[in-house]
Design a protein around this ligand. Sequence first.
Ligand SMILES: [Zn+2]
Length: 300
Amino acid sequence: MDNPTTTKDIRLPCGYLDNDGHVVRDAVIQEMTGRTQTIFGRKDIKKEPHLFYKALMRDCLKEVNGTSSISQTVLDSMLVADRDAIVLQTRRLSLGEDITLEVLCQNPECTTKIFADVNLETQVDVWELPDEDAEDSPYAIQRLQVGGTEDAPIVRPVRVWSASMPDGSLTVQMRYPTVEDQMSASDDNDVVALHVLLGRLIVSWNARGAEEVRGPVGASFLSGKPLRQIDWLENAHLANSPGPEMVKNVACEKCGTETPARLEASDFFSSRAPTRGQRSTSMQRSGTSASRTKDSPQSG
Ligand SMILES: [Zn+2]
């Protein structure tokens, strides 16, 4: 007989927009099993974390909006923010709240290996998007082309935000990235991948003295733009990224330098802390979570 697996009702931080533009936030997840673990053993998945997250969603996301028949379209058009929240919640349900991040100190004269204990419940902030009609809503819902071709466009309701460069020379409208956007923007060249992603997300581009450009645009659109505009656009995109913070800044105990540490797929499969060569760093945050025992040896 199969062992029963635990399921949990969760609330998505942004929510899936159905075809009428209604926000669906209710989902049910199931804990990971040995089957989920074997997916992670695939070589292609180790190289492409988003493939793993896709497989994990197939395996552990059981219901959206009360239905268990979840189409690939729903999975692909879900925001990356919601996908990340589902992945984090699944890890919490399966193996608990505690995770140890491992990163090399980014100070080139130090490069010490930093271990940082993170509590997924209390130390990972989640930015939830309010509903469209909320007073502080940062977006509006529009029906837009999100894929397909000129002849056969895929049109769906999406959330659109806008921002302007401080000198007023450029105003853009952008949408939040979906799983499909992220999958389409993989490239061996990280900058090309970024340009493809931003190009897909551009809804409109209004530069002073130029005609409005409606998106989505290809990667070559940005290659002709001044770097200061691209740099500003990337920062605006990051500043408008809802969902859980998947990157934590951790401090090096030796030199004090802060280094960004990303929550990786490999962090989700084991409750074991990595072999410790030095004391772990604990990220402080006022909270009441059961604190982990600092059991690592004192560094000499
Ligand atoms: Zn250091």
